[in-house]
Design a protein around this ligand. Structure first.
Ligand SMILES: C[S@@+](CC[C@H](N)C(=O)[O-])C[C@H]1O[C@@H](n2cnc3c(N)ncnc32)[C@H](O)[C@@H]1O
Length: 351
């Protein structure tokens, strides 16, 4: 055997390095998730600390602490200077409890629910069965919402995923010329709260399962928006949908099968007032787009996490909206790999 063939250069060039990095990507994920679990980023939000202080304050064993902090520094999540370790700006914004853009709800779900389920991807691919340990059977929302901790964890995860989209959503549509908006699956009203803050003339309604009413009331109180947004407790598959100029649904159609998506879109059409619009935002699969791999992975995540969910193709949704009777369908990227689709209904000219 030629020893020169074993150089790092050779193995990198034949794809070994990239392949091994992919195979061990869970190790990098745990660098971040363990920091969250340990409270490291909260500690460093108080001020810089050296390794000994971190060890003492978090009760860590000396064996791994130095390497761990050095590794987090290499990832860019920590910075190291004269005062010791400190959070990077991104860690300070997103990994510190009480920071406005804290992503702990999503990251804890990633750690505690998604991470173990991804270890069973092969089983899911063989059986088609979800692998989340948080519910069983088909009534996912019924089971999650029947347990205070699971409901709270789910709601926070969902909000962390949609919160970064709100500023773009307030700008990506002509809200000024509409007066009412109904959000289907609008959860605790977090997205609508951002929307009405930017467009105070809007009359806004969240339609979501009745089990979320209390969460909604508490959240509106916390945001200081009580009375500004109405909660309509209903099942969007079986109950009548109240009419609005704009009906909106986000991070939601992905939870269902193609057949359920078709049924929901058909139910929405009569609820959109003439001249109004139906807005859908989701991490849709757009072949050839830079987001394609990430959204295919998100689709597999939905297959692990939900009884029915998959991401769907943008083209399929556009076709469905046109065949349902929407006159004009447009789309644009919203950020975070999410596409916003706006389907317009023709104005009523009979009057
Ligand atoms: C993934 S969450 C998205 C929440 C919100 N749109 C966001 O992006 O933050 C899906 C939402 O759909 C709601 N939902 C699920 N099934 C529903 C049904 N049959 N009728 C009404 N809402 C439903 C859930 O309660 C949940 O709030």
């Amino acid at each position: 055997m030629n020893a020169a063939r074993n150089t790092a250069q050779d193995t990198a060039d034949d794809g070994t390095t990239a392949l091994l990095e992919t195979a061990t990507a869970f190790q990098r994920a745990q660098l971040l998730l363990a920091g969250l679990d340990l409270g490291l980023f909260d500690l460093l939000a108080e001020g810089p600390a050296d390794a000994a202080t971190v060890r003492d304050r978090l009760g860590l064993h000396p064996r791994g602490t130095d390497d761990y902090l050095a590794a987090l520094t290499e990832t860019g999540l920590l910075e190291h200077g004269p005062g010791g370790y400190r959070n990077s700006p991104a860690a300070g914004r997103h990994l510190v409890r009480d920071a406005p853009a804290y992503l702990g709800g999503f990251l804890r779900a990633a750690d505690q629910v998604m991470y173990p389920a991804w270890g069973r991807l092969a089983t899911a691919l063989r059986t088609g069965e979800p692998q989340a340990a948080t519910y069983s059977g088909n009534d996912m929302f019924g089971q999650l919402y029947g347990d205070d901790d699971k409901r709270s964890a789910f709601v926070r995860m969902a909000e962390d995923a949609s919160r970064p989209l709100v500023p773009a959503l307030t700008r990506a549509f002509d809200w000024e010329n509409r007066s009412s908006v109904l959000e289907l699956g609008g959860c605790r009203g977090n997205v609508l709260a951002g929307l009405v803050a930017a467009h105070p003339h809007l009359t806004a309604t969240v339609l979501d399962l009745p089990a979320l009413r209390e969460e909604f009331d508490t959240h509106m109180k916390a945001l200081g928006t009580t009375g500004r947004i109405t909660f309509h407790g209903a099942d969007f598959f079986t109950d009548p949908l109240p009419p609005a100029d704009v009906v909106m649904i986000g991070h939601c159609l992905v939870d269902w099968t193609d057949e359920q998506r078709r049924a929901l879109v058909r139910a929405v059409h009569p609820a959109v007032r003439p001249g109004g619009a139906f807005l859908v935002w989701d991490p849709m699969i757009v072949p050839g787009a830079e987001s394609c791999l990430r959204n295919l992975i998100r689709s597999l995540n939905l297959q692990l996490m939900t009884p029915h969910g998959t991401n769907y193709r943008l083209d399929d949704l556009v076709r469905l909206l046109r065949t349902t009777g929407f006159a004009d369908v447009r789309h644009r990227p919203l950020g975070q790999d999410v596409t916003l689709v706006a389907a317009y209904k023709t104005p009523d000219t009979a009057a």
